[in-house]
Design a protein around this ligand. Structure first.
Ligand code: CP3
Length: 346
């Protein structure tokens, strides 16, 4: 895309003046959309859809067509990397992700190797195809999980409180570090490959870094994120967004990791986030997803409060504080998009 630098997303990421903030939503493609559910029924489940570039690309486009978001995020998952490492990702109906071969012995961790990008070819194929089909003015965002967030799923084998991973941090930090180092290589490689395949920006999801204590956050999550960011920046100038869930107190440190923007969840007000970040990087967020579960009026009013909370300046990318919930009425998403589009105070 040649006019990418003029898009609202790029301008906001660079903290340049914008007529209104760009808007896109984490999990903007998903089960709340009837058109997604229709394809899912045919395709036989989430993983089959994510691994089929035609389908993944079509699903990426669904929310762009319906709502006209200012950015698309590739339809895929952070857990494709450990799946490609041979851990056997699967989803059973009504449950979160699981691995058939989690890292539950020292031997399994010693044997772990970075994922081969060949095993992840479907992600890049979907990026190329999506870039070809997306409107030229809509940037495409690629993504990965943080090394620590991936390690949580890989070691525990499923979502939850991640007791095994948290215990390993005390009992065998050397083993945990080995997993984190391998994840650093794989996530950086995948982000670079997504950029080569047509993504204009990338995002790192640290959904579980907030489980770590203050000093441990630097040691077991942020230092690896910083390394991923520097490896990607060596190869490309694509903007990098880092989202840390329940990481409010870490925002100043996150903002200094070399990224271009930080994603903020709803526990930290944007007013506070701005004060903590001091204009160093752009800010993405942070409407509570539950605000979209009632009526369009309620959703619109809540979105207006987020806009007001940020205030009238550039450097804001409107988003939720976490993903769109599956029971969200699409009309509430429309109401949020309209509220942000009508906002002229920026
Ligand atoms: O944001 C987007 O629309 C892009 C696609 C995307 C998905 N997962 C699709 C998905 C992205 C960026 C992710 C990231 C992801 N995946 C994270 C980090 C963000 C976060 O939510 O904290 C995590 C922790 C995962 C792991 C994962 N994958 C979980 C916990 C689940 C179950 C969630 C659920 O709602 O059941 C998944 C499956 C998944 N990934 C779905 C989607 C749309 C649900 C798929 C379905 O059942 O149809």
């Amino acid at each position: 895309m040649n006019n990418w630098k003029d898009t609202l997303l790029f301008r906001a990421l660079r903290q340049q003046p914008v007529p209104r903030p760009p808007i896109w939503l984490m999990r903007q493609a998903g089960r709340y959309l009837p058109e997604y559910r229709a394809i899912r029924k045919e395709a036989g489940g989430f993983l089959a859809m994510a691994k089929n570039p035609q389908i993944a690309s079509e699903i990426t486009l669904q929310p762009i067509r319906r709502f006209g978001f200012d950015a698309a995020i590739l339809f895929s998952d952070i857990l494709t990397i450990p799946d490609a490492m041979g851990l056997g990702l699967f989803f059973s109906e009504g449950e979160g992700p699981r691995f058939s071969q989690p890292l539950q012995t020292e031997e399994a961790i010693q044997k772990l190797r970075p994922a081969s990008l060949e095993e992840l070819r479907y992600v890049m194929d979907a990026s190329v195809l999506t870039r070809q089909t997306l409107p030229a003015e809509t940037p495409l965002i690629g993504f990965c999980g943080s090394p620590f967030t991936l390690a949580c799923y890989m070691i525990d084998g499923s979502g939850g409180n991640f007791w095994r991973t948290r215990q390993m941090r005390f009992s065998r930090p050397d083993l945990l570090r080995r997993v984190l180092e391998i994840n650093t290589i794989s996530t950086a490689e995948l982000l670079c490959a997504q950029i080569d395949a047509g993504c204009q920006a990338v995002m790192i999801f640290d959904s579980w870094g907030g489980l770590l204590g203050g000093d441990e956050y630097e040691d077991f999550s942020l230092s690896y994120i910083r390394h991923v960011v520097s490896l990607v920046k060596e190869k490309s100038d694509a903007p990098i967004i880092v989202f840390g869930r329940r990481c409010g107190l870490m925002l100043p440190a996150l903002a200094a990791c070399g990224c271009d923007a930080v994603g903020v969840d709803w526990q930290t007000s944007l007013r506070m986030a701005r004060r903590m970040i001091g204009g160093k990087v752009a800010i993405q967020g942070n409407l509570e997803p539950a605000a979209l579960l009632g009526t369009p009026d309620i959703a619109a009013a809540a979105a207006a409060r987020v806009l007001a909370d940020y205030g009238d300046s550039s450097g804001h990318i409107f988003n939720l504080g976490h993903g769109v919930d599956k029971s969200t009425p699409p009309e509430c998403v429309t109401a949020v998009v309209e509220t942000v589009r009508a906002n002229r105070s920026h």
